[in-house]
Design a protein around this ligand. Structure first.
Ligand SMILES: *Cc1c(COP(=O)(O)O)cnc(C)c1O
Length: 493
């Protein structure tokens, strides 16, 4: 049977509703693809009437609906029916990340050009491990990485690769730093980071086999920034006790407060002791694309930088990158496999990006960032990002004017943290705050977060949506006050 005949046989089967429907260059499968994707797009576009970030459906109701779905019926029901059956509920009971009152987490609304790019990414299904599995996409990623390296101000020998996000970027960076420090790193290495750094730093250190006490949490100032004198002292103490400093992991935009560590001062300390400086810019890295990029001064001196585009840059999950100042740092990941990237290259000059990643099979996420950035341009990206910062500033001002709330810190990024002042004292305020957050979510009014700062429960607004204006925030604060008031009068402990 010739190849063409085989393809058309598969396509005929697909046409007749058989289970095998794979996208290929024949007209029948392309029509089936187009129809299925347009159906899905229509489902998404049809639900524009949502007025709540969450439907309010409770877990038993959702579990019942989902539990009724036999994942694999004996005879398939077809794409159209499967979409019609699951799609509307999947959309209706999702957190509406584009809702202006959805501001709980570092979870952004998505840019439309990126969503369109996702269709290209998934339909072409390129894999970034070897060049022959992604002839165009590999070069796109390289190009986008070079652009990011330039934005971050890293030297010309810098390199990088896309990752699933900040956690993987941090893990990889710590591994590269430990490898650079030599075999002793796993026995007596230390990583210095602030009290406010993301848990993926400690988790990463543990995964790569650092000692249990490897992560030293350096004290922060009242705004949550790493204290540089405390850092220098911690390094000296570690050296005195025979430990091996492996890396300093600074944070540009902490997950809770959006605080940026003093990167340039930390770089001075790193230089003085000859230690790898990693900057976790998973959140704050978005500033590179805005007029506020000066807030990241000193970033160009990092040995590695973690960036997340599914935080401040409106990309669908997942989309992150790890940049390293010296491409040679990737050497520990550059394992050669006969089947993939043999010592003796099959394709001359072909980059095999598996050599810069802990993943093998990997999505072409750079493509959606490229399409988004070209679509919006520097100006468009700056306007969107700067707007979120302005919204946060407005929200902080509004909060500080309300008598029942106390602002924790002046926002540096787009996160606003504040706490409730209960007439019955802070312990009751903590309890009521958690209850109020849950009620706000279940009533479909807003999705906001809570966290603990200085031992007290705080509310947190993570304002990644340019549409979360002062008006929206004022409405959320009014609702929150009403709920808290109601809880004060009706809720006995
Ligand atoms: C979100 C976040 C991470 C984790 O990133 P993922 O993309 O969720 O893996 C790491 N560091 C900081 C500062 C973050 O805000």
């Amino acid at each position: 049977m010739s190849t063409n005949l085989a393809i058309s046989r598969i396509a005929e089967d697909a046409h007749e509703g058989f289970a095998l429907q794979v996208l290929s260059k024949d007209n029948i499968s392309r029509r089936a693809f187009r129809k299925a994707v347009l159906l899905a797009a229509d489902l998404v576009a049809a639900t524009s009437t949502s007025t709540s970030p969450y439907s309010g459906a409770d877990i038993p109701a959702l579990s019942y609906f989902i539990g009724e779905l036999d994942p694999m019926p004996e005879i398939g029901i077809g794409t159209e029916a499967a979409l019609a059956e699951i799609g509307p509920a999947a959309i209706a009971h999702s957190l509406d990340v584009g809702h202006p009152a959805a501001m709980a987490h570092l979870h952004c609304p998505v840019a439309i050009p990126a969503l369109a790019a996702e269709v290209l990414i998934t339909a072409t299904n390129q894999s970034l491990d070897s060049w022959d599995q992604s002839p165009f996409a590999t070069l796109v990623e390289d190009h986008v990485i070079n652009w990011l390296v330039g934005l971050a101000g890293l030297p010309s020998q810098a390199s990088g690769s896309f990752t699933s996000g900040g956690s993987q970027s941090n893990l990889t960076a710590l591994h590269l730093a430990a490898e650079k420090s030599g075999p002793e790193a796993r026995r007596k290495g230390v990583i210095f980071t602030s009290e406010h750094s993301h848990f993926s730093i400690a988790k990463g250190a543990s995964i790569i086999g650092m000692p249990a006490d490897a992560v030293v949490k350096v004290e922060t100032d009242e705004e949550g920034r790493m204290r540089v004198e405390a850092l220098a002292k911690a390094i000296a103490t570690a050296l005195d006790s025979g430990r091996l400093p492996v890396a300093i992991a600074a944070t540009a935009g902490t997950t809770d407060l959006g605080t940026i560590d003093p990167i340039a001062d930390i770089a001075d300390v790193a230089d003085r002791f000859g230690i790898w400086m990693h900057v976790d810019a998973a959140y704050g890295g978005g500033l590179l694309f805005s007029r506020h990029r000066d807030k990241l001064s000193g970033l160009h001196r990092a040995q590695s930088v973690a960036l997340d585009f599914h935080k401040m840059l409106f990309q669908p999950i997942s989309c992150g990158a790890l940049l390293v100042a010296d491409g040679a740092s990737f050497a520990p990941l550059a394992t050669k496999a006969d089947y993939l990237n043999p010592e003796d290259p099959v394709f001359a000059d072909a980059p095999n990006l598996v050599e810069r990643s802990i993943q093998t099979t990997r999505r072409s996420d750079a493509l959606k960032l490229l399409i988004t950035a070209r679509s919006l341009g520097r100006n468009g990206l700056d306007r969107l990002i700067s707007r979120t910062l302005e919204n946060a500033k407005d929200a902080a001002e509004a909060i500080s004017k309300r008598r029942c709330f106390a602002l924790a810190v002046t926002p540096q990024l787009s996160t606003v943290v504040f706490r409730y002042l209960s007439p019955a004292g802070p312990v009751r305020a903590d309890g009521l705050s958690l209850k109020a957050r849950a009620r706000l979510f279940q009533n479909g009014i807003a999705a906001i977060a809570t966290t603990v700062l200085d031992g007290r429960v705080h509310f947190k607004l993570t304002m990644l949506n340019p549409n979360s204006t002062l008006e929206v925030v004022a409405g959320v604060l009014d609702a929150l006050e009403t709920i808290l008031h109601d809880l004060e009068t009706h809720h006995a402990f």
